[in-house]
Write a new protein. Structure first.
Length: 231
């Protein structure tokens, strides 16, 4: 059994890989891992070394081998379009690998809806066609609130694709429209056989994209990460 980690600057997500199957690990503590027959940790990390060292100590897994995965020019039949491949965010790289495995020989548009919203296109031959990076749903709202004196918001996200009638609904609905509009424009620009949604806001956005061929894959990045096991 292998522990898979996606380590960000503020939080980390985890999954387990066992006998070809991937399952989410909602609680990442030393206690939750203590009884598991782990043999190694495979991880992607955008945080600094001190955060990584702190996590190793916190999880009490210093005795296991840790293998860090980084973006590459080519791997597993996927070709990175960046002239400097290592500069492609590793989460985007792993999403490409996961998508190519799940939707082999199909063109896909990958939308990772998290703090940032990223869109990447992969053709049926595994060639990365490029992508977009923009603020995610909540980051857009935070930016407007922080940079304007008389716009305010609330924690509860209750956006709909209709005109708002007071400040909060105007803000939330407007940011939702911006995100959905970008996704729809991306689909028209470079139409694929399937639109893959992943990330924290994926389930929230999916109902607004019912007219597209959408597949929700919450473990997409871990799917890509698991391809490196024993390779």
């Amino acid at each position: 059994m292998y522990l898979l980690l996606d380590i960000g600057n503020t939080r980390e997500k985890a999954a387990l890989f066992d006998a070809g199957s991937i399952s989410a690990l909602p609680q990442l503590t030393a206690e939750s891992l203590q009884q598991l027959p782990l043999v190694a940790v495979y991880f992607a990390c955008v945080a600094n070394d001190s955060r990584l060292d702190s996590l190793k100590q916190k999880l009490e897994l210093d005795h296991l081998p840790w293998r860090q995965i980084s973006s590459e020019a080519q791997a597993f039949g996927v070709t990175n379009c960046y002239a400097e491949p290592h500069l492609l965010g590793v989460d985007r790289w792993l999403a490409l690998l996961g998508a190519q495995q799940l939707f082999s020989r199909q063109s896909v548009m990958i939308v990772d809806a998290g703090t940032a919203l990223t869109i990447d296109w992969l053709d049926e031959n595994g060639l990365h066609q490029g992508g977009w990076i923009m603020p995610g749903l909540r980051l857009q709202q935070q930016s407007v609130v922080q940079q304007t004196a008389k716009v305010f918001n609330r924690e509860l996200l209750d956006a709909r694709m209709i005109p708002g009638r007071e400040t909060i609904s105007c803000l939330q609905n407007g940011c939702l429209a911006a995100v959905i509009g970008a996704i729809q424009q991306g689909w028209l620009l470079n139409k694929a056989e399937c639109l893959i949604l992943t990330g924290g806001d994926a389930l929230y956005l999916k109902p607004q994209l019912a007219d597209l061929a959408v597949s929700t894959e919450p473990l997409l990045i871990f799917q890509g990460l698991a391809r490196y096991i024993d390779n």
